[in-house]
Structure formats: C-alpha cells, structure tokens
Design a binder for this molecule. Structure first.
Ligand SMILES: Nc1ncnc2c1ncn2[C@@H]1O[C@H](COP(=O)(O)OP(=O)(O)OP(=O)(O)O)[C@@H](O)[C@H]1O
Ligand SMILES: [Mg+2]
Length: 471
C-alpha cells in the first residue's frame, strides 16, 4: 500500500487498480489537494481497507486488467451501499462504463487520464461525499450541543422518579420505545435522555416530526429519493433512516403518519429494508426507534387509521408521561430552572405571590406552557423579583380568584360555582344571569334590559346554564 501523509481532517480516497503506478500518479495529480490517497492492487485488499477505514471515494479499475472489476463493484454496492464509487475504464470499453453507471457508480473516468477532467470529476465526488457526511452528522451535532447545556430532566416527584427509572432500564436495551402523554409533558426530552444514556449515545440521533411535514414530502424525508424521482427532485436525497444507520431515530407525532407510509415504515422496522423514492435498489439500515405521540393509538387502531402490526412493533415498551398538574411539587423547581436559564445573570427571584400563582394554575399546556410563562415573565420583570403582574393573565387570574376568594365574597362565589378546576368565566356569567333574573322576577326581557344585552343573547345563556326564566 502506498500512503500519502496528510492532515487528520483530509478526505480519503481508495484506489483499486492492479497497476501500482496508478495510485502513485494520482498522488502526484492530487498533490495540491487536501486528500489522502491509499492504493491497493486487488479486490481482497480493497475489502480489507473498506472494513478498516471510512473512505470518501473509491476509484475502481474495471478494465480487463483488474479481473472481475465489475464483480468487485457489485460487492461494494452490496456491502457498502452508501459508498461513492468512481470507475476507471479504458477507451473502447464504454459498455463496462455504462454497466457501472447502471449499477450505481457515481461517475467514470476514461484511461489514459485527461488531468483537468480527472480533477473535476474527483472534486465533484469529494464534494458529494462531504455533503453526505455533513447531512449525517448535522442532527448528531445538534444533540451534542443541547446535551452540554441541558442538565436534563427536572422534577423529583414520585411520578418523575418512576420515569427516570424506566428511562434507565430501556436505555440499556435496544427495544423500540413509545412515549405517550399530553402535549408539553417532555416526550421529546425523554427521547433524548434515553438516547444519551444508551450504548448508542456516540452514534447519530436523527429526529423527525411527522406532523410538521406535509404527507407528500414525508416519505422522501424518511427514506430519501433518487434524482428525478418526482418533479423538483433535482438531486438525490439521503433520507433520515439512512442517516440514522447504526444510531437512533426519533419519530415524533407518529400518530400523524399517513397509512400508506405506515406500511413502508413497518417494513424497515421489521427487516431493516427500504428503498429510496424512485429507486429500485433495496438498502439496509439498522436503527433503534423511539416514537412519541399525544394521540390515542389504541383508539386509532380500532378506527383503522393506525396499523395494528405497526403499533405492536413500536410499543414494545411504553412510557406514559404524567401531566404537570398531577405532580404539583415539580412546578416550582421547574420554574426556578427556567428562570435561571432565561434570566441569565440577573439574579431574578419569584415573589411569594407569584409562587402562589404558579402553584395554583392547572397548566393545561404542561411544562412547555410553564417554560413559556417564565420566559415571558423574565422579559416583563422590571425589578429583581418576578411579580404576579409579570405572569400571563390566565395564570394570575385564576390564582387571585381562588386565593383572594376568602377576602372578597364575589371571587369566592365564582370559584365555588365553577368548582375545582372549572371555568371561572362561565361561572361568573352564570351568577350574573341568575342575579339579573332574580331582580326581574324571572322575566327574560326585563333581565336582558338590566344586563344591557339582547333578549336572544340572554335566552341562549338561560338555556346554557339551565336557569328558569320566562318571556
Ligand atoms: N422534566 C423536564 N425538565 C426540564 N424541562 C422540561 C421537562 N419536561 C419538559 N421540559 C421542557 O418543556 C418543553 C416541552 O417539552 P417537550 O417538547 O419534550 O414536550 P412534548 O411532550 O414532546 O410535547 P408535544 O406533544 O407538544 O410535542 C421543552 O422545552 C422541554 O425542554
Ligand atoms: Mg414533542
């Protein structure tokens, strides 16, 4: 083997040619380029090299000189379907070149070489290899960044303790995990925690939100497409399943995946096989799957909008994330965490009134709603403490109605009528209508005059709240 020393970040080319001179002349031609060239003279050596190292490009001689050149090529395609291969062939053997292109070669070079042409083909090949690599690591890097700044999951409630235990247990295995729970409960964060604690933590993590991508594009996002697969498909695209090979894929909002695509997903989960859109080559990928949804998949299975076989495939282990209102003790620690993060060095603190407000709200949007509320409060806060006035009105509104209730009879009455967690606005309206009807001796027309609304408007409410009133 001949080797040219080069920087660690250099791209690598493997040259397979029975004439050792060829690798040597390539080194000379590429002297100015940041590439490392390795030359081998047989198929056996080529496979040894591919096993040991990752090459950006393989240049393969398929002339009669290198016996079974096309056979070696087929074998590379089979074992390393993502490997970019450029074939070298002599003039007059166009058929071999065509054959190679049909089998999926990136390009071909005719011998003897025309140096400028050779350089331009190699540069294109190296560029393609670089963009494939970049795509593959993009997602992984994003996660790596996040990991350094997110200490992880906050909350010490017993409900969360159970979740941490489960995360630890499932992380070790490579079984498929389904995360369910209301919106904003932390499904995405838990998916990342499972990945970060798994033996695959150093491998890629690729996430896709099935609800955020139009149905027509989802298939190509997941499985990729060949050039010309559909109008507008100007270049080949590597899908998420291909990029995630050897790593983890997070299928977010899986309940939103169209039925037609569910079949294709099932196939890749069952035997690791898929095809790019518009391609006829069967590719293989091995990925660990974590899926999430806030939909009721069992109901969807009954309605036949979600495939039953796919459901069983993805929920080998299911983790149900508890809503925030069922773990009230986590609200303040989470709020403090978000305050610290959003408030940076300002040393902001919650006043006791705002703490009370935070603890009394039901948080229908769960942790995400709390996070948004605190981020907004930090922007609003004028002094060094967060006051109720800095929090979103709905949070404070209910808190004061329920807490100041004891002092002002009106609030107390409204929250009593509404009941625990009930609609205070509706309760207030009901009380007003009742009062007006009382004043008007049950006469709807007079009551509507007292309230300054139309008779029809009052009628609707009298019926809605089941009150007695006559026209
Ligand atoms: N236990 C937690 N500790 C710290 N931050 C959390 C926790 N749970 C959720 N968060 C934060 O709350 C936000 C919402 O969480 P996430 O996106 O994981 O929710 P989700 O369950 O995926 O919601 P959806 O169903 O709407 O997609 C995120 O910014 C996340 O970082
Ligand atoms: Mg989510």
């Amino acid at each position: 083997m001949s080797r040219k020393s080069s920087s660690a970040s250099a791209q690598k080319i493997l040259i397979v040619d029975d004439e050792a001179d060829v690798a040597y002349s390539f080194q000379r031609v590429l002297a100015e380029e940041p590439v490392e060239v390795v030359g081998v003279t047989s198929g056996t050596e080529a496979f040894k090299g591919l096993k040991k190292d990752v090459y950006d490009l393989v240049l393969l001689d398929v002339r009669i000189g290198l016996e079974h050149g096309i056979e070696i090529f087929r074998q590379i395609r089979k074992e390393y379907p993502r490997q970019l291969v450029i074939v070298m062939t002599a003039h007059g053997t166009a058929q071999t070149a065509i054959e190679a292109m049909k089998l999926g070669a990136f390009d071909y070079i005719l011998k003897p070489f025309d140096v400028p042409e050779l350089l331009s083909i190699l540069r294109r090949g190296l560029q393609a290899a670089a963009s494939i690599k970049e795509l593959a690591s993009e997602e992984g890097e994003k996660v790596a960044e996040d990991k350094s700044f997110t200490p992880g999951l906050i909350g010490a409630s017993s409900a969360m303790q159970k979740i941490y235990k489960l995360v630890g247990q499932v992380a070790r295995a490579d079984a498929a995990v389904l995360l369910v729970g209301e919106s904003g409960t932390g499904k995405e964060l838990v998916a990342r925690a499972i990945y970060a604690n798994s033996p695959l933590a150093a491998r890629p993590y690729v996430a896709i939100n099935c609800a955020a991508i139009p149905d027509t594009l989802l298939e190509s996002e997941l499985f990729g497409h060949e050039r010309g697969a559909f109008t507008g498909a100007l270049t080949q695209r590597i899908g998420k399943f291909e990029r995630a090979d050897g790593g983890t894929i997070f299928l977010d909002e899986i309940g939103d995946m169209p039925l037609a695509l569910q079949a294709k997903l099932l196939r890749v989960l069952q035997n690791g096989e898929f095809q790019r859109l518009g391609g006829d080559q069967t590719l293989r990928t091995k990925v660990r799957v974590i899926a999430a949804t806030n939909k009721d998949l069992t109901a969807m299975v009954k309605e036949k909008t979600f495939r039953e076989d796919l459901y069983y495939r993805i929920h080998v282990v299911q983790i149900q994330l508890p809503p925030l209102r069922e773990r009230a003790e986590d609200v303040l620690p989470l709020a403090e965490h978000f305050l610290k993060r959003a408030g940076k060095d300002r040393g902001l603190k919650f006043s006791s009134a705002s703490k009370k407000a935070l603890q009394s709200w039901r948080w229908p949007g769960n942790v995400r709603e709390l996070e948004n509320a605190i981020t907004r409060a930090v922007v609003c806060a004028a002094a060094e403490s967060i006051e109720p006035g800095d929090l979103p009105p709905e949070v404070v509104g209910v808190a004061s109605a329920r807490q100041v209730g004891g002092e002002t009879g009106w609030w107390s009455m409204v929250s009593q009528v509404a009941g625990e967690g009930g609609d205070l606005l509706a309760a207030g309206e009901k009380i007003l209508v009742e009062k007006a009807l009382g004043e008007a001796n049950g006469n709807v027309k007079r009551a509507s005059e007292i309230l300054g609304v139309t008779r029809a408007a009052l009628r609707t409410r009298v019926e809605r709240y089941g009150l007695a009133g006559q026209d």
